[in-house]
Design a protein around this ligand. Structure first.
Ligand SMILES: Nc1ncnc2c1ncn2[C@@H]1O[C@H](COP(=O)(O)OP(=O)(O)OP(=O)(O)O)[C@@H](O)[C@H]1O
Length: 715
């Protein structure tokens, strides 16, 4: 039916001369059509179902368009609920009426463009756009965001106790949600990628969670629409939990938004996309597929993502609307399998799309017609189904490789300076710390450094959770062992490093989150980024070697507007280097110098010495608990020439810098094969006979490339 209408429209558009010369062939076509329609009569019910399905899609599109153009009343008049199913003729008439309205909208669109141009000429943002609320009051920004949010998401926010948005959320959400609500099929270049640099704990996750859910809340078609890439397995888990926390309730007729995780040892719900869904066929209800695990959102590490792109049958990124890259500066530095290029190219892969171009001849087709997948070709021959990239980090920086590696399109940058959120067209290298963080330094000698750590811990004994950072896996292990001895068995002392198995790390994080007594977690930089666990005090046993490491480490405290403290132990001789590092942060503040009285150290010394005597045995016992003994590698630069810190190991077992990513990827490879096998056992590919009986499937599969199929890009 769709084919016939298209053919008819195309004929009408041909020049008169061509029309005359081909009149005989058109008569033949007419006959052919009649023959086709008489043959089709036996399938009347099927066809009506097809039309209804298409109309439902068109109605939704029309509603959005008309609503935007202030024509909602017209829409309601046009589609009053009928008790009787409409006849085919009525449906065709309605679609024609839609075409007329669409043309009307185009006129209005032109008028609106002229008005927008006038506003631009005056330098005033167009009312109702995100630009217009950039400088508005806090209350106006809140209201604007709430108006853009679906009521089901507002209900979720209320349920989760989010009653106001944080500053960076008020700055970015107007843009992110405005785009999430905009129709997909915009000409290339209309939408912008967003890059957000905001302090740790400022609520960046909620920004992408809301944008994704807002775009998917009215989706009718199930396919992978959002991919969130994070640098570690722990962050993948956390992001998934956060996305699930804000997941909206769906209307009864739609399946809920499914969120999956694919990182390291975790591999759930990875799906195979059945052939007939790959091409976004109009038919949307497919019981077989709905019972199968189809994620709408996938949270993953880069390694696992590349594995899926290259190896998982049926896995495609072709329908992905959002590519979120969290901790983007960290992921930029990670070239694992050339993941960024491969991922983005996979989003534009149209190799299995039949060689067919939609000729968008009428306004109707341009607005409502099915659109195909996207193409990187310039100029794009098709309407673009859009891919928006959202980049986040507390230390995003202005590295030009961000644009090239992630193929950013017309990016808009958000950053925080002088406690205010700013937006601009240029990347700005700026780093801010949470305003609620208090920073301290303690100057100490190498031999007494562990004692200084103990003294600092004693001073902050009232804190619930203290996170101690060491520069290497081995130092973290030794410090944890020392503290266990210090706390007489150390029930509340935990260790987190990449030398541990993934499940051990999960269990440790969970235990630290749950405990309500004084808890000390000793970690390597594996725990520096992104982990959100209500830390009261960050204690840098080793001074970090870069400003990025410092910002992410201390940012585990003072999150979400809460008070928090950070203490850094600085060995004599390291203080200048640390001051230079701290000066790279955009504020005029300096950490307060704390002094530990000699008398305090002297009082702690006897017990400390007793602990040291038992330390080697404790370390050996702890190492036996690992998968294998940590290997050896060169010492940290910082420690060169300094051998007398009792937490430094001797030459035979020298400190290993925590190469978290490498370790993780090795681990992922090891775990994944087993898990994949298990997955395919649980979720085998459906046999074609399982879905061939479903309406429309056989017909769709029978269509040849190039045939005028009704393709639909459905939200
Ligand atoms: N509007 C809000 N009101 C209350 N709490 C919020 C709000 N937004 C986010 N939060 C909470 O703030 C905490 C920190 O948020 P999140 O982890 O997203 O920070 P982040 O900016 O991503 O930090 P990092 O850079 O360290 O990854 C989380 O526990 C989150 O649930």
């Amino acid at each position: 039916m769709v084919n016939k209408r298209r053919r008819r429209r195309r004929r009408d558009k041909r020049p008169a001369s061509e029309m005359e010369s081909s009149s005989s062939s058109s008569e033949e076509e007419e006959k052919e059509e009649k023959k086709e329609s008489s043959e089709g009569k036996s399938d009347e019910e099927k066809e009506l179902a097809f039309w209804k399905n298409l109309l439902a899609k068109l109605k939704e599109r029309a509603r959005r368009r008309l609503e935007k153009a202030g024509l909602l009343n017209a829409y309601e008049e046009l589609f009053e609920e009928d008790d009787e199913p409409p006849t085919e003729a009525e449906l065709v008439a309605k679609v024609k009426e839609l075409e007329r309205r669409a043309a009307e909208i185009e006129d209005r669109g032109k008028a609106a463009e002229a008005v927008a141009a006038a506003f631009e000429a005056e330098g005033t943002p167009f009312p109702g756009t995100p630009e217009a609320v950039e400088t508005a009051s806090e209350a106006e920004q809140e209201q604007y965001i709430r108006e853009l949010l679906d009521p089901r998401l507002l209900a979720t926010l209320e349920r989760e106790g989010i009653d106001r948005f944080f500053p960076i959320q008020r700055g970015v959400l107007p843009y992110a949600l405005y785009d999430a609500n905009a129709p997909q099929e915009q000409p290339k270049g209309v939408f912008r990628d967003l890059c957000v640099a905001a302090p740790t704990g400022s609520g960046k996750t909620l920004i992408y969670a809301l944008a994704i859910h807002q775009a998917l809340v009215r989706r009718t078609f199930r396919s992978l629409r959002a991919v969130v890439v994070v640098p570690s397995r722990e962050l993948a888990r956390q992001a998934r939990v956060e996305l699930e926390r804000f997941r909206p309730e769906m209307p009864p007729e739609l399946p809920r938004i499914r969120i999956s995780e694919s990182a390291g040892g975790t591999e759930d719900n990875i799906f195979i996309e059945p052939e007939h869904l790959k091409h976004q066929e109009v038919s949307i209800a497919c019981p077989v597929c709905d019972e199968r695990p189809h994620p709408d959102v996938l949270v993953c590490t880069p390694g696992r993502l590349v594995d899926h792109v290259e190896r998982t049958p049926g896995f495609t990124l072709q329908h992905v609307r959002y590519l979120v890259i969290d901790e983007a500066d960290r992921l930029l530095a990670q070239s694992y399998q050339d993941w960024a290029r491969k991922t983005i190219l996979a989003c534009f892969d149209d190799s299995d799309v039949p060689e067919r171009e939609l000729k968008l001849e009428t306004m109707f087709e341009r607005i409502y017609a099915p659109v195909t997948r996207r193409s990187l070709e310039e100029p794009c021959p098709r309407i673009q189904a859009r891919l928006q990239k959202l980049l986040f980090s507390a230390t995003l920086g202005d590295d030009p490789r961000l644009i090239s590696t992630f193929m950013l399109e017309n990016p808009k940058y958000f950053y925080v300076r002088d406690d205010a959120v700013r937006g601009g067209d240029e990347a700005v290298n700026t780093t801010a710390l949470p305003a609620t963080l208090r920073e301290f330094t303690i100057l100490c000698d190498a031999p007494t450094k562990p004692l200084a750590l103990i003294a600092a811990l004693e001073e902050f004994r009232s804190c619930r959770l203290v996170l101690v950072f060491a520069n290497s896996v081995d130092t973290a292990l030794r410090v944890a062992c020392l503290l266990r001895l210090w706390y007489d068995g150390g029930e509340g002392v935990f260790e987190l490093s990449s030398a541990m198995k993934a499940r051990q790390r999960d269990a440790t994080i969970e235990a630290c989150r749950r405990r309500d007594a004084h808890t000390v977690l000793v970690a390597s930089d594996a725990a520096a980024r992104g982990i959100d666990m209500s830390v009261d005090l960050v204690l840098n046993y080793d001074a970090p070697s870069s400003v990025q490491a410092y910002v992410h480490r201390v940012g585990r405290a003072a999150r979400a507007g809460r008070q928090g403290d950070a203490v850094t132990l600085i060995k004599r001789g390291q203080d200048r280097a640390f001051s230079r590092l701290r000066a790279q942060i955009d504020d005029d503040l300096a950490p307060t110098r704390k002094r530990i009285p000699r008398a305090t150290l002297a009082a702690l010394a006897p017990k400390y010495k007793a602990c040291l005597a038992d330390l080697e045995d404790a370390v050996r016992a702890a190492q036996r608990g690992y998968r294998g003994r940590p290997t050896t590698s060169p010492k940290d630069d910082d420690d060169k020439g300094v051998v007398d810190d009792p937490m430094d190991v001797d030459d035979n077992t020298s400190s290993r810098v925590d190469d978290d990513e490498k370790k993780q990827n090795d681990e992922e490879d090891e775990d994944s094969e087993e898990e994949e096998e298990e997955h395919f056992r649980l979720f085998p590919l459906p046999e074609p006979e399982e879905y061939m009986h479903l309406p429309g499937v056989a017909e769709f599969l029978a269509k040849k490339p190039g045939e005028d199929t009704a393709w639909m890009y459905a939200d």
